[in-house]
Design a protein around this ligand. Structure first.
Ligand code: LLP
Length: 427
């Protein structure tokens, strides 16, 4: 069920009108629904429970990069979520939000020494290592601290995720993971290092997958590798299948999270029964978009309407710096006028004030709007605020979390002076 709906002709987040939120907090404004976040996370947690994997049998590690606001992390942490991070900064966010560092997995191809040190000091669950030089460095850093680093190797299963090329990661030509053919050798090297403890295996083939068959194909390839590793005396305690289930932006029909997880567990359980006498392996997921994407909208105010010879433009106060996805991936986001039935509709390109032709948010949309009206960009909860920038010295939007009739300001709007506070004039 959508937690963004019209009531008396005005779009609401849960029970709060978006008009009231604009009046109170200004625009552009990111608005998230707590009920939607809980519901989306619960789809994962419930599927784990249903498969009899309530405790150590499964772990959902929310992918922090999709939306890293402390309030979002705190809420998910309280629901029991672990976290998938890609930087020391994200780890500090998780800790600041009260998340459990021992449920953190650290992904990414370029971890620095300081980030490794920080993560080891927080005793994170696992490093998802992506190359031999990285595991060698981690071994050194762990040695300096007198610790052993738990690792899993990110394997590139060479499976086509059939998604946008910029968010596809599981093919040979991608920079991520170690090649499938090299994985055994890499594991042997890693297992021989004295400050490294091999505990798992992981893969992530891409984002916004609508169909789970590439994910299940990747799972099969990972399972084969686990068998080969076990045969060599390298036991694997967890298997992490990454994130990636897509959401509906327009008319997409993504597989239901519960169905996908049920298929993963059925496959894993059958394999464990056949080969390991039922000895379980912990299964991990790293979802981002499917938890936060449709739990958030970006609210903006129409500034000017410009009627050109070949096109009409609605110039709004949000821009590519607030929501980068259209400019970067030609991504489609639904746009809704906050006030329904406001008059005669016309076709508009919705654009921002940034000085770039690429600064558009939606193209060719039929909208009945006037200057001063509010528009909501749908499905903006994931990779919206986290990809926002200060281009054109624009302060980033404020963020609000709605819970029933209440609205919490969870990030203040940036002021221009915040933006140059770290700068100084050379003498
Ligand atoms: N795990 C790893 C290792 C990842 O690289 C990602 C996303 C995830 C998990 C979470 O994937 P999700 O469940 O959200 O699909 N900025 C792009 C998306 C980039 C995804 C990067 N990696 C966008 O706006 O579409």
């Amino acid at each position: 069920m959508s937690h963004f709906s019209y009531r008396n002709g005005v779009l609401h987040a849960e029970q709060v009108s978006l008009q009231a939120l604009a009046a109170q907090f200004g625009t552009p404004l990111y608005i998230y629904s707590k009920a939607a976040l809980v519901e989306n996370y619960s789809a994962y947690a419930d599927a784990c429970r249903k498969a009899g994997r309530a405790d150590a049998g499964a772990l959902v590690c929310y992918s922090v990069k999709s939306n890293s606001n402390l309030a979002v992390l705190n809420l998910l942490g309280r629901l029991g979520s672990g976290f998938d991070i890609v930087s020391g900064g994200e780890l500090l966010r998780v800790v600041a939000a009260g998340g459990d560092a021992r449920k953190v997995i650290f992904s990414g191809v370029g971890k620095g020494r300081d980030e490794m040190k920080l993560a080891l000091e927080h005793d994170i669950l696992c490093f998802n290592v992506e190359s031999i030089p990285e595991v060698a460095r981690l071994n050194e850093v762990a040695g300096e601290l007198g610790k052993r680093a738990r690792i899993s190797l990110r394997v590139n299963p060479n499976v086509d995720a059939k998604t946008h090329p910029y968010i596809s990661t599981g093919l040979k030509e991608n920079k991520f993971g170690v090649a499938y053919e090299d994985a055994l050798n890499c594991y042997r090297t890693a297992a021989a290092l004295s400050n490294i403890e091999v505990v798992g295996i992981d893969c992530h083939i891409g984002s916004q997958l609508l169909d789970d068959s590439p994910l299940l194909e990747a799972l099969d390839k990972v399972i084969e590798l686990v068998d080969a590793l076990e045969a060599e005396g390298i036991p694997i305690h967890h298997l992490d299948i990454g994130g990636g289930i897509g959401i509906r932006y327009d008319d997409e029909q993504p597989v239901a999270v519960g169905d996908y997880l049920a298929r993963v567990f059925a496959r894993v359980d059958a394999w464990r029964k056949e080969k390991y006498g039922g000895r379980q392996i912990q299964v991990m997921f790293e979802p981002g978009r499917s938890i936060v994407g449709n739990a958030g909208v970006l609210l903006t105010e129409v500034q000017y309407l410009k009627h050109g010879e070949s096109k009409n433009f609605a110039i709004v106060d949000a821009a590519m710096n607030d929501l980068m996805r259209p400019a970067m991936y030609e991504a489609w986001h639904g746009v809704q006028a906050v006030r329904q039935d406001a008059g005669r509709a016309q076709v508009y390109d919705v654009v921002g004030p940034v000085c770039e032709s690429g600064d558009w948010l939606a193209r060719g949309r039929e909208l009945a709007i006037a200057p001063g009206d509010l528009l909501a960009f749908a499905s903006a909860g994931a990779y919206g605020m986290t990809m926002a920038s200060n281009y054109n010295t624009r302060g980033r939007a404020a963020e609000v979390l709605v819970d029933g009739v209440r609205a919490h300001l969870i990030r203040k709007r940036e002021n221009p002076s915040d933006l140059f506070a770290l700068e100084s004039i050379a003498d």
